[in-house]
Design a protein around this ligand. Sequence first.
Ligand code: LLP
Length: 382
Amino acid sequence: MTGFPLQTFLDTPTPFYYYDMELLAKTLDAIGSAAPEKELCVHYAVKANCNPAILKFIAGRGLGADCVSGGEIRAALEAGFPAAKIVFAGVGKTDSEINFALDCGIGCFNVESIPELEVINELASARGLTANIALRVNPDIDAHTHHYITTGLEENKFGIALEMLDEAIACCMRHTGLHLAGLHFHIGSQITINEPFVILCERVNSLIERYADQGINFEYINVGGGLGVDYDNPDANPVPDFESYFGTFRKHLALRPGQSLHFELGRAVTAQCGSLISRVLYVKEGVDRKFVIADAGMTDLIRPALYGAHHLVQNITSTAENTEKYDVVGPICESSDCFGSGETLPETRRGDLLAFRTAGAYGEVMASRYNCRNLPGAVFGK
Ligand code: LLP
């Protein structure tokens, strides 16, 4: 296995996340060259990975930040994202988070309901401020992804239904503490086909047109995130196809002069640069299967247990020529603490190191201390 600094790994307590910063740099370069226009603004979705070193690296490349809590706004500011490039989303913003965001002077609130508009207006007015607002519209599009991570369907806790958009716009117009900057959409995550994005463009176009006819012009259109990555073949596709992704919006979205287009990409930015590195504790013979018991579990990487997701697992230290099939499991007292059944690995022994690939997004950030375990560490390559 090449690409991993094995000598460093052998001296590092497991489990830990390894981040290939060269790959992260390449990914950010690819975003920059696929979306060079100044009216295209890419915000990194901090929820995917808020490791301070990762955030700082991304902030240094000029991206904005998409945050969903006061804590994420604080982390983004500390990492060097300018407040004006921070957008704040979420269905349940607390008063203190809204006040904090107002005091920091963030760029835009992505608002999900009329009651939330009323509260932002009240809090902004009390400070003599006007808050920039993008209304999150639920465009009713099936993103064909896992039901836990699809968000654009009509009956969903996220966003404002199309039928209620007129009322939300009227609410913005009525209140002096609010400036209606534009519209926000997000249809789901890990979307690996273009079609849902094309449909999104069509919905956005018809809304832009409908409101322009009424004299309402949006300066800000935010199409969210959702671009998927290749979990099966990370080495074949280490960098997502950003040319095709941004090209889809360039081709299908009819932006008007003066409109800026915003994206909120999380997974596509950080997933492939991260691997969870774990040591094999035991190889246990079952009746008709063999278990590899790793020292990493669902507390370190919850995606398999929570979504049935599969992360490619590799034995990165074995020199064995023969392979075997193993169920790869963690040490947590839950039967869902399983990374994969019937995984083909080179013959595996106690002490071998495993890499769970494509774990740089929604990996470390979702780690927990269940079973009073320590949080995984982090090691940065180059
Ligand atoms: N914008 C909004 C409003 C979002 O809700 C999300 C993700 C994003 C942007 C970024 O989406 P991305 O580009 O990363 O697809 N924990 C799950 C994923 C949850 C996604 C939540 N929202 C997982 O591990 O698959």
